[in-house]
Design a protein around this ligand. Structure first.
Ligand SMILES: O=C1O[C@H](COP(=O)(O)O)[C@@H](O)[C@H](O)[C@H]1O
Length: 344
């Protein structure tokens, strides 16, 4: 089974043939599992808080799906092969609300996402000596799996990463609903990010307390220049937010029709009546999300096609879905698989 480009990822968006230097061929599956011994994993958790130590409709063009032609050319050795490779994604289409890329499969999406994240990591580490990354829960985390493979495992400067959550369920960190646990099992436990750079919520507090505590922590990290502050908005400016979307068009824990969507004062808000269980959660507010330097909206699966169509299609619907309210000061990039883009 083809797993990861070793020396360069497949460039996308052109008709041209792309030469991939080599692919690692493995028979095992890379999907994450949840069989880890959490107690062991949770033992090195950092203290909390760690400092006591977020189309122009006329411009919409239908993405053109391209087919994969994979032809083996030659290679020495068992694991390394050279392929003639046709890009597996459609052209990147510029829309008023960002750049949209549609991939033939979620696997191709994951390959491109890894390269995008690694490139941004390089850029920010060079520019400011740190990389602030905000994760979502849910299906987004599985799409990060290529980052824990070659070449990124060795090339990314993990020690410079600072990891946050755009939303978190107020449950113990070893609970199946915890976004922290999901990220830990699938991603964080496999990369050498210093535990003190992983900012989980204080799960001993109420939802309100956890939101206040998280906001206090963010403010402290702004003072330390670990997180940038947007001069334009006065809200924190994260280097990259990796945001998933629910089938109903919710992002973070901002749900359609919920008043929290309009919260514009606080950085971190709490919710105790989330329509999606569990009910108690904390979430970044939209002004924080939209102050990001970069946002990747990662959406896979036909079950989300309707919401994607509302957000990016030609329908004249009003701004009713939270995902439509993502409009960052920085760059917005959509990573869609064919299923998610099937109604565009
Ligand atoms: O509850 C949540 O849902 C969204 C979407 O999850 P998905 O599994 O449909 O991708 C997620 O982005 C968010 O972080 C999470 O708390």
């Amino acid at each position: 089974m083809l797993q990861s480009p070793v020396s360069s990822g497949p460039a996308v968006g052109t008709d041209s043939t792309i030469y991939i230097e080599r692919y690692v061929v493995r028979m095992d599956s890379s999907s994450c599992t949840f069989t880890a011994n959490l107690r062991t994993h949770l033992s090195p958790l950092p203290q909390w808080p760690p400092y006591a130590l977020s189309i122009s409709q006329s411009a919409v063009a239908k993405p053109v799906a391209r087919s994969l032609r994979l032809k083996r050319i030659s290679r020495i050795g068992v694991n390394y092969k050279k392929f003639e490779f046709k890009a597996r994604s459609s052209m990147a289409v510029e829309k008023g609300k960002g750049k949209v890329q549609v991939f033939d499969s979620e696997e191709d999406l994951a390959v491109s996402l890894a390269k995008y994240i690694a490139d941004l990591s390089d850029k920010f580490v060079k520019e400011r000596g740190a990389f602030t990354v905000v994760l979502s829960g849910g299906s987004l985390v599985k799409s990060l799996r290529k980052l824990v493979e070659s070449p990124y495992m060795d090339s990314v400067e993990w020690s410079k990463w600072h990891v946050f959550w755009v939303d978190e369920r107020v449950v113990p960190k070893d609970h199946e609903d915890s976004n922290y646990k999901l990220a830990y099992d699938c991603f964080l436990s496999k990369v050498p990010i210093p535990p003190g750079n992983v900012y989980a919520i204080n799960d001993a507090l109420s939802a309100e307390g956890a939101a206040d505590d998280y906001e206090t922590c963010l403010k402290h990290l702004v003072k330390l220049n670990i997180i940038d502050l947007s001069q334009a908005t006065g809200f924190p400016k994260f280097d990259l937010m990796l945001i998933g979307m629910g089938p109903d068009g919710h992002v973070a824990s901002l749900f359609p029709g919920h008043p929290l969507v309009h919260a514009n004062k606080q950085w971190v808000a709490f919710i105790e009546d989330s329509p999606k269980p569990p009910p108690k959660r904390i979430t970044f507010t939209l002004p924080v999300i939209n102050s990001s330097a970069n946002i990747a909206l990662v959406v896979a699966g036909a079950g989300k096609a309707d919401a994607v169509n509302v957000a990016l299609g030609n329908s004249q619907s009003s701004d009713s879905l939270p995902v439509q309210m993502i409009s960052p000061k920085g760059e917005l990039k959509w990573f869609l698989d064919k299923g998610a883009a099937s109604k565009l």
